[in-house]
Write a protein that binds this ligand. Structure first.
Ligand code: SF4
Length: 308
């Protein structure tokens, strides 16, 4: 049984520290279906904003969560898809500021930053983490597989425009994949595009978790470091994250509540069980093998678990 519907974690984030996640959108709801997406292919492809859940229901759940006095560094609005598709976003951020002093971050694919309503909603966040994977219309279609009416240059112009107005910290991310966007000419294209955007940090990622499409593969560490040097960014291609936490008492239920939004690999599960004092980790791992609700993916020589 999952105790919370919108709030999850805190989970360790490679960029944000201990992050308390808030998801205002239903499962796999996005206007992209990225080939590297760790949630698998998008099943609910939409491009118009909706009030999927009342803002007050999310706030009420957070208030209950806060009674537990669990430590976290930042509240991150993210989801199993694209959070700017939630039309209550601005109101949600506004209300969050009233109940916490911690920074509010939003992780987004950046596709709707041209929309004045989305801009005004996000203006209230403290940290914005948009992705920019494509370098032209063709690569946009290949990597992000966007909703049909989205146009690369419109999306890019929206990001440029918003980056100049935004008062918070803007941390960009680019996902690099072998043979797709890692050749020297493409890196030059990125460096040209980056000149037009105002950002504080640039993170370079590569699919460390199993991607939606099996033929997508990660770059090795040296290559990531090399690109990071050229683009003056930080590489975040680390294998495992530490510090998963759940308030749920039962280890199995706690594990399921985390992987609903954040797939875990075998090392992370072992670490998680250790931190909870589980004395039979082998038995736990064995049980996972027969759980029909789990997708178990062999990737980069280790096993990763996510919900089907
Ligand atoms: S990676 Fe993000 S933007 Fe891409 S399909 Fe998955 S949820 Fe959507």
């Amino acid at each position: 049984m999952d105790e919370f519907k919108y709030v999850y974690g805190p989970v360790p984030s490679r960029r944000l520290g201990i992050s308390l996640g808030v998801s205002p959108i239903p499962k796999k709801t996005c206007n992209y279906s990225c080939i590297y997406c760790q949630l698998g292919r998008t099943t609910r492809m939409i491009n118009h904003r909706q009030l999927f859940y009342p803002v007050d229901n999310i706030i009420a759940e957070l208030k209950t969560f806060f009674q537990k006095n669990i430590n976290y560094d930042v509240i991150t609005i993210v989801g199993e898809g694209e959070p700017t598709l939630y039309s209550g976003l601005g109101q949600l951020i506004e209300k969050l500021h009233k109940i916490t002093n911690k920074p509010i971050a939003v992780i987004t694919n950046g596709s709707l930053l041209y929309d004045p309503d989305v801009q005004s909603d996000l203006m209230q966040s403290d940290i914005l983490l948009p992705t920019l994977d494509a370098y032209d219309e063709k690569s946009f279609k290949k990597i992000n597989r966007p909703y049909s009416s989205l146009n690369y240059y419109k999306v890019l112009n929206g990001l440029e425009d918003f980056s100049r107005k935004y008062k918070g910290q803007l941390w960009l991310e680019i996902m690099f994949m072998k043979g797709i966007n890692d050749d020297p000419n493409t890196i030059i294209k990125y460096s040209e595009i980056l000149k037009k955007i105002k950002y504080e940090k640039l993170y370079l990622n590569t699919p460390v978790r199993p991607p939606a499409e099996i033929d997508v593969s990660a770059l090795d560490h040296e290559k990531m470091d090399h690109i990071a040097e050229i683009l003056n960014g930080f590489s975040i291609d680390l294998l495992s994250s530490h510090g998963f936490y759940s308030e749920i008492k039962n280890d199995y239920e706690a594990f399921v509540s985390i992987i609903k939004r954040h797939p875990m690999n075998q090392f992370e599960i072992e670490e998680f069980l250790k931190s909870r004092g589980n004395s039979f980790p082998e038995k736990f791992m064995e049980n996972l093998e027969t759980d029909a609700s789990l997708a178990i993916i062999e990737y980069k020589g280790y096993r990763t678990y996510r919900l089907k």
